[in-house]
Design a protein around this ligand. Structure first.
Ligand code: ZN
Length: 334
């Protein structure tokens, strides 16, 4: 039985409360839109803003021989200090922060490492990434550095909190290196696998790097002796005619080189003569051989000096990352 009170209640709900509820919902909607608008930078790169706590990761510390649980964002402060010069542009540092974060989370997703099974990364830069704690940095670099440079690093990490680079919705392994020769390398021309996001791209802003070009001059006898130390069956009868670059990669590095009776890889020559990169030209002088070398590092992925050059030209961190890593998306995980 409908009581007059119930009918009155329904009428009241229909005529007064419904518009109020609708307007509250719309108001919430407006509020959310305003937030998105304010956070314009994130809207441009088109991903959702997620606000969760950052996860802890396990880091194997070579100095203490212990596994440490560290908040990933705090860990990144200690990585950035060692992996990129702190006088670089903030946008380059942000790009590096995202690359370093992606590196760790890629490792996390792809299972344990045989050198430190219980830790996702270690503190050795030749194996994982360079890392120093706040206390170590304070002791080594001093108060002034902490006040200025550490704050800058912290800003680069904080302002990109949770952001990672993905390809096909998976976190990538973002290789990077110091200085390009003007063009980066395809992954399969330097390492074994063909990776879709590690393609050769132009890198036009590396020329401020102190290692953009370098030279090694070596006596012809030393040249032959060093090669014989690595390949005892090598025969070089006439150096002037016996050294010939046969092929180069898309990025310009020496792929195959004929030395005497052998065909070697450009990277063999790089390693024997400790050259800055495999991108070199050879000139024969009377008694010497001159290597003119371009760039520094393996050449695959992001060039750090190139990133800094782009930042100085006004490019933002996500533009830098999208340039060096082909077909990627930046995602906010937390
Ligand atoms: Zn390691």
């Amino acid at each position: 039985m409908n009581s007059p009170l119930k009918v009155l209640g329904l009428v009241l709900f229909g005529t007064i409360l419904t518009p109020i509820i609708i307007s509250i919902i719309s108001y919430w909607g407006v509020d959310i839109d305003e937030k998105t608008y304010e956070n314009n930078e994130k809207q441009i790169i088109n991903y959702e803003t997620v606000n969760k706590n950052s996860p802890e990761i396990v880091v194997y510390n070579h100095k203490t021989d212990k596994n440490e649980n560290i908040d990933i964002e705090k860990y990144l402060y200690g990585v950035l200090a060692g992996e990129m010069p702190t006088n670089f542009d903030i946008e380059a540092l942000k790009a590096q922060a995202i690359a370093a974060r992606s590196y760790v989370l890629h490792k996390q997703e792809n299972g344990p490492n045989n050198k430190h099974e219980k830790a996702v990364v270690c503190t050795d830069h030749t194996h994982c990434q360079e890392y120093k704690s706040y206390e170590e940095l304070k002791e080594i670099k001093g108060e002034d550095w902490i006040k200025n440079d550490y704050e800058k690093i912290k800003k680069a990490v904080d302002e990109t909190k949770g952001q990672v680079i993905t390809y096909d919705d998976k976190v990538i392994l973002p290789l990077y290196f110091s200085t390009s020769s003007g063009k980066t390398e395809n992954s399969e021309e330097v390492f074994s696998g063909e990776t879709p996001y590690l393609r050769s791209v132009e890198s036009p802003y590396d020329d401020e790097s102190p290692k953009y070009v370098s030279q090694l001059i070596i006596n012809k006898d030393d040249f032959i002796n060093k090669l014989k130390n690595s390949f005892d069956d090598i025969i070089i009868s006439n150096v002037n005619n016996d050294v010939k670059i046969l092929s180069r990669s898309e990025g310009g590095s020496v792929n195959q080189i004929k030395v005497g009776n052998k065909e070697l890889k450009g990277r063999d020559i790089r390693s024997i003569f400790n050259l800055n990169s495999s991108n070199f030209d050879i000139t024969m002088n009377e008694n010497e051989i001159v290597f003119d070398v371009k760039g520094f590092g393996h050449g695959v992925g992001m060039s750090q000096w190139g990133a800094n050059g782009m930042a100085k030209e006004g490019y933002l961190y996500y533009e830098i990352l999208s340039h060096y890593y082909t077909g990627i998306k930046i995602k906010d995980l937390y």
